[in-house]
Design a protein around this ligand. Structure first.
Ligand SMILES: C[S@@+](CC[C@H](N)C(=O)[O-])C[C@H]1O[C@@H](n2cnc3c(N)ncnc32)[C@H](O)[C@@H]1O
Length: 254
């Protein structure tokens, strides 16, 4: 524990605390036949997180939480492995594996330093996992190391604009004013808990991906459809239909 970077240790404590609040949503997603993504549960047909073909693919979910993304991949014929920093989240994932009769390896660890050799995977994926809780300057080069040439990195994060408009109190919804500088944005801490998040400006993200050995293939800004709902208080549907509150990055390992 002492050797963990400060943000990893803090996020571990926080996620062990939050885990039981995520079980119900995790179970719902495990039970869903069709994937849906992010805080608005937008359908896969709109978001297209998954590559067209995943059968036979070696995949790693970085910050898997309750591991429903890995479950969806396994049902499509992929060979997923999940890694997560929280033992409590992994305990939920293991319970769900038993309940749904679907097993795949789950590892307790930091997605910035994954205990697999170079070139082990064809797909690295994260939905609000490593993609926001790990330092991008560490986890993105690590994902590049883990992927084989031609492998895909796909991840979902909060939209950059949302991170500029979100108040420090997470239960207050984002407004239409920029509250902090865009240039230099990286590490985020909140006034109401001890967690640490990371978000980069778009230009910096593209530069980091390219430096790490990726070609950027797509940046999809998600606009939730009319009638969408979320249990999270930090953004309204009106906001999310005006500006992107979530985005999906797709990159290909050179
Ligand atoms: C919102 S969950 C996302 C996972 C999944 N999509 C879900 O909703 O269950 C975020 C997960 O990232 C994990 N996480 C945070 N920091 C991490 C790190 N350094 N390495 C691996 N996982 C991490 C947390 O423990 C948590 O389970």
């Amino acid at each position: 524990m002492n050797e963990l970077p400060d943000h990893v240790a803090r996020n571990r404590v926080q996620w062990d605390r939050w885990a039981n609040e995520y079980e119900e949503a995790g179970r719902r997603n495990w039970a869903a036949a069709e994937p849906s993504w992010g805080i608005w549960s937008v359908r896969e047909s709109q978001v297209m997180m998954f590559p067209a073909e995943v059968a036979g693919v070696d995949a790693i979910e970085l910050g898997c939480g309750t591991a429903y993304v890995s479950a969806w991949l396994a049902r499509r014929g992929a060979r997923p492995v999940g890694i997560d920093n929280s033992e409590a989240q992994l305990a939920t994932a293991k319970r769900l594996q038993r309940d749904f009769g679907l097993e795949f390896p789950l590892l307790h660890g930091n997605a910035e330093q994954v205990p697999f050799p170079d070139d082990s995977f064809d797909l690295a994926i994260a939905e609000y996992g490593a993609s926001i809780w790990c330092d991008p300057y560490l986890w993105i080069p690590e994902a590049a190391r883990l992927l084989r040439p031609g492998g895909r990195l796909i991840f979902l994060v909060n939209g950059a604009l949302l991170m500029l408009c979100a108040p420090d109190e997470q239960d207050i919804p984002a407004g239409d004013r920029l509250l902090r500088p865009y240039f230099g944005m990286h590490r985020f801490e909140w006034s109401d808990d001890d967690s640490v998040e990371f978000h980069l400006p778009h230009g910096e993200m593209i530069a980091l991906l390219r430096r790490s050995g990726f070609e950027v293939e797509a940046l999809t800004e998600i606009r939730p459809p009319d009638g969408s709902t979320t249990r999270y208080p930090y953004v309204t549907l009106e906001w999310a239909q005006s500006w992107p509150c979530e985005e999906v990055w797709k990159a290909r390992r050179r």
